[in-house]
Design a protein around this ligand. Sequence first.
Ligand code: G6P
Length: 480
Amino acid sequence: TTHSDHATTTADLVVVSNRLPVDRSAEDDDWRRSPGGLVAALEPVLQQSGGAWVGWPGQPGAEIEPFTFDGMALVPVVLSEEDVELYYEGFSNDTIWPLYHDVISPPAYHREWWDAYVRVNRRFAEAAASVAAEGATVWVQDYQLQLVPSLLRELRPDVTIGYFHHIPFPAYGLYAQLPWRKQVLSGLLGADVIGFQRVADAGNFARAVRRQLGYETKAGSIKVPRTEAEGGGTRTAIAKAYPISIDVAAYDELARRPDVQARAKEIRESLGNPKTVLFGVDRLDYTKGIGHRLKAYGELLADGRLDVEDVTLVQVASPSRERVAAYMQLRDEIELTVGRINGDYDTVGHTAIRYLHHSYPREEMVALYLAADVMLVTALRDGMNLVAKEYIASRVDGGGVLILSEFTGAADELTQAVRVNPHDIAGLKDAITAAIEMPEAERRRRMRALRRRVRDHDVSDWSRSFLGDLALRSGEAATS
Ligand code: G6P
């Protein structure tokens, strides 16, 4: 076969994502596994099947040979400085990201960005094609790579292709803005199974396919015309919801560790042992509703409904996409607001907001979750929001209250959370005080139900269910 010429070994399962599942440490130049749940879910599957992972190593211009890491073959894709600017910061994070999150920030439409997106998606498809064994399964991840399914299918009609979309898929009226709306839909439809976080996302996608391409869709089955090279006729693509989750056991284990619990106590002490610790943790992104959260909290202090002697908000904002203008502007706004609130309400001994522009290792995150009486998830739009699930998985003591925006994918599952519309500042303020004052019995009852839900839907169930459906598709293709 032609494809084995390009790589020394080939794999029966290939994962393709914008970032490789490893980061290079600044200190010693060694590769470390990235913290995300996706890595935790897929690593065991790839190890068992001798699989490969194709992705960008995270450094512009880095030309790195394929290497093995923890039993996975990693295949680096090179992105030049210009690719990073036009494909990653530009089209992925300044066009698709804001458009798909309901235009919270205005998307920019630039033809040079689109050209770079096509070019880089082709590079990822070629890398996947060269490492996939005959009849392999290839699983493409997320919005940076929406054209990879169809580009890969052209190169390798023998492989079974899955795609999972980690972020929202917007309503048709918004999606229709995209100048390349047809091309993106056709790109995705190269996959046999197209997975989304919510039923509503899969529905939005199917509607866009009907309106833009005129294909027949029935209950998530889409009839896609085959190209002449594929022998004509039609094939079926499936669009369906597979809500992602976290490595629940890993959080549970950390939260039971005495040193982590001691650290949680220490955190509360270092805040001056307030009666209530409120906690928010997000990538510093305009989708997360951090400003709405701060507005509600600041007003509660101004109204005298909360007192800085009793309550502290810890806000971790991890640095993200710092060269994109909308993110720079957001950072300025948030830091101005934090400074104003603290300036107005801090006392020498107590702070209103402990603001931390850092990311932390998982141990520290779990200690913070354990230290937090009320967790604030106020996203204006979020594909899933795994922080909500991490908080629940960490509360092995059965305590804590989760305030959860109804605009997250997680809200579909976590029905026992205190639901909020973050745009409704009065409602958000009431939800925060209700959470602080919630009777212990109700708190525990809600957390018990939330913990049951998260425990029964681990990230390994997510990957198993997606790959199971994909295996059914490849079986059908073989017999038809
Ligand atoms: C979201 C996206 C991921 C992305 C992550 C971090 O969760 O769905 O695809 O990797 O944000 O963003 P970054 O731009 O740093 O990869």
